[in-house]
Unconditional design. Structure first.
Length: 545
């Protein structure tokens, strides 16, 4: 018979791929996903197709992908959540063994988690989910030969229900596929050791991690404050609602986006909200957002009642690999970047990779600067992975995304585990930041952090080269790799006097002595103290536009 053995339809997050792969293994056939076909054809993730070309264009690509797959794929086929919206696709599915995998709304929001990042659920996931399902349920039912509820069932049980309902013959497991069922892989757990009297904690990297929050918050807390940026208003509200559903008195505090959140006025606004809510020492703050948000959330946690527990839920690459890990919290002042703050480690960090799907590309790329930094100061495999596929490194669906993020977190975790308060080793994490922070201040904090750090790293590499420490090839490698992912390499030449002034308040300075992190080679960071002003100027000449 031509056409697929089974076609799975149903909303995003219902488990079509998990069940589909499992089913294919049980039936001794292969699995195909039309979302993957669309991504392969467009050469970019679905969120970007929506963002760049709009939903209509995406649906046209999807219609073609479904028609091709139905014509040529004999195994298990799964369709994107919205494929049934298209009338032509529905006609094509008539008569095929289509299975609708259903789940209820609460379960959907729990499973998709911070997949509020998904293009159609960017705001208010719970309400939108309900509306989405109201609009689509009858279409799923129209095309389906059978409906299988997934809510209470394991993927194995769902697969069995499909085999039974369609009376499918079980076959030999396909080569290389274990016929043991596809349990969801758990998150990667990276340990950060306690240091300088702080408690140890874990950084979790994976998907659908919000279920971990109540356990991290613990039983002693009555109140939870969820701090989130304006851009994630509905995600913040969904997290608050979930915590309220668990019995916490949960409030959401909305912060401005990006660096505008890192001010004393915003911190004071948070203190006021905590005071009015009666926040006590056993209550907990949750920071959901990028590095700016988690820096403020951590600072508010450090300063309220001289310290309450907090949990970081980073939603940007930079937040995951750097800002949310290590307990540096703080705000900017008119005089400089991060000048007020505290070392106050979180009780846990949840890096839900689904959140990255909605991140604008320039924010994603900004995070690549800190990943590349981790490569230069400690883990050259990171550099190799980025160089092997710079385009992929710029997207959440790149082949090495999870590995790049995890490796960078491990670099940071190892350093802060032994030197929380920056008594020595931790300074290496500041590679590229001395000039980077000076540029950020000069730009009145309108630039993305990673863009400034990128130029700062090229400058530091040139400084290392001119100081006779770093070889030419490694210095040049900074330029090629940073440029390959779309980061800037140069800044305005006439700004040097201002930048020099800004650098004097860098936290690594001692008295009048400027101090920079430079490299003796890859993975060999060191401190360069009080370089000759002429050498500094010459290094700046190399990054001047
Ligand atoms: N504490 C540390 O150790 C440390 C380390 C590195 C950087 N930082 C700080 O982190 C900050 C930069 O963090 P960042 O790069 O994450 O930027 P950011 O927090 O400014 O976020 C960038 C933008 O993306 C939005 N956003 C966040 N998550 C999103 C998502 N999933 N989808 C769509 N939009 C989203 C934000 O609202 C913001 O507008 C800087 O202030 C920097 O100083 C701190
Ligand atoms: O965690 C650290 O230590 C770092 O230096 C990491 C940096 O990437 C980060 O930007 C940090 O906020 C800079 O700290 P600062 O002490 O120079 O403000």
């Amino acid at each position: 018979m031509s056409g697929p053995l089974v076609v799975l339809v149903g909303p995003m997050g219902v488990g079509k791929s998990t069940v589909g792969e499992l089913l294919a293994a049980r039936l001794g056939t292969t699995y195909r996903d039309t979302d993957a076909d669309v991504v392969a054809e467009a050469g970019k993730p679905i969120a970007e197709i929506f963002y760049d070309e709009g939903e209509e264009h995406f649906r046209a690509l999807e219609r073609r992908a479904v028609a091709t797959a139905v014509a040529e794929h004999p195994g298990v086929l799964s369709l994107g959540g919205g494929a049934v919206l298209d009338g032509t696709t529905r006609e094509l599915l008539a008569g095929l063994p289509v299975v609708y995998l259903s789940m209820d709304v609460d379960e959907a929001v729990r499973r998709v988690g911070l997949g509020a990042a998904r293009p159609l659920l960017a705001v208010n996931p719970r309400r939108q989910w309900r509306e989405l399902m109201d609009a689509r349920r009858h279409l799923y039912e129209e095309v389906a030969r059978t409906v299988v509820a997934t809510d209470e069932n394991t993927p194995e049980e769902v697969a069995q229900a499909i085999i039974d309902a369609l009376e499918l013959p079980e076959g030999q497991a396909a080569p290389g596929v274990e016929n043991t069922g596809m349990t969801q892989q758990g998150p990667t757990r990276i340990q950060v050791a306690g240091s300088a009297g702080s408690d140890p904690y874990e950084v979790l990297v994976g998907h659908q991690l919000l279920g971990e929050l109540p356990q991290l918050i613990g039983d002693r807390a009555r109140r939870v404050a969820v701090l989130h940026p304006e851009a994630l208003a509905e995600t913040g509200e969904a997290v608050r609602q979930d915590l309220a559903d668990q019995g916490y008195e949960a409030i959401a505090i909305q912060l401005p986006n990006a660096e505008e959140a890192k001010t004393v006025e915003v911190a004071a606004y948070c203190w006021k909200a905590l005071g009015q809510t009666g926040f006590t020492r056993t209550d907990v703050i949750v920071g959901v957002g990028g590095g700016a948000t988690t820096d403020v959330a951590g600072f508010v946690a450090a300063s309220w009642l001289r310290g309450v527990r907090w949990i970081a839920v980073p939603t940007t690459v930079l937040g995951m690999v750097d800002a949310a890990v290590g307990g540096k919290t703080g705000i900017n002042t008119a005089e400089g970047k991060n000048l007020v703050g505290a070392f106050h480690p979180p009780a846990g960090v949840l890096c839900d990779l689904a959140a990255l799907e909605s991140l604008p590309v320039h924010d994603y790329v900004s995070g690549m600067a800190e990943i590349i930094k981790a490569g230069f100061i400690a883990d050259p495999v990171i550099l190799d992975l980025v160089e092997a596929d710079p385009e992929g490194a710029r997207t959440p669906s790149g082949p090495h995304t999870a590995e790049l993020i995890e490796r960078s977190i491990r670099v940071k975790a190892e350093v802060v585990s032994s030197d929380l308060k920056e008594s020595g080793l931790r300074e290496i994490l500041n590679y590229g930041h001395t000039l980077g922070h000076a540029i950020e201040k000069n730009e009145r904090y309108k630039w993305r952090h990673g863009a400034a750090v990128s130029i700062g790293m090229v400058f530091a590499a040139e400084l290392g080269r001119l100081a006779g420490r770093l070889d030419d090839a490694t210095a040049d490698r900074h330029r090629t790799i940073l440029e390959s992912v779309g980061l800037p390499l140069a800044y305005r030449g006439d700004q040097w006097p201002k930048l020099l002034e800004n650098m004097k308040v860098d936290k690594k300075s001692r008295g009048d002595l400027l101090r920079f992190i430079v490299l003796d080679g890859i993975g060999k960071p060191t401190v360069l103290e009080g370089p000759d002003p002429a050498v500094l100027l010459a290094a700046y000449g190399e990054v001047s536009a």
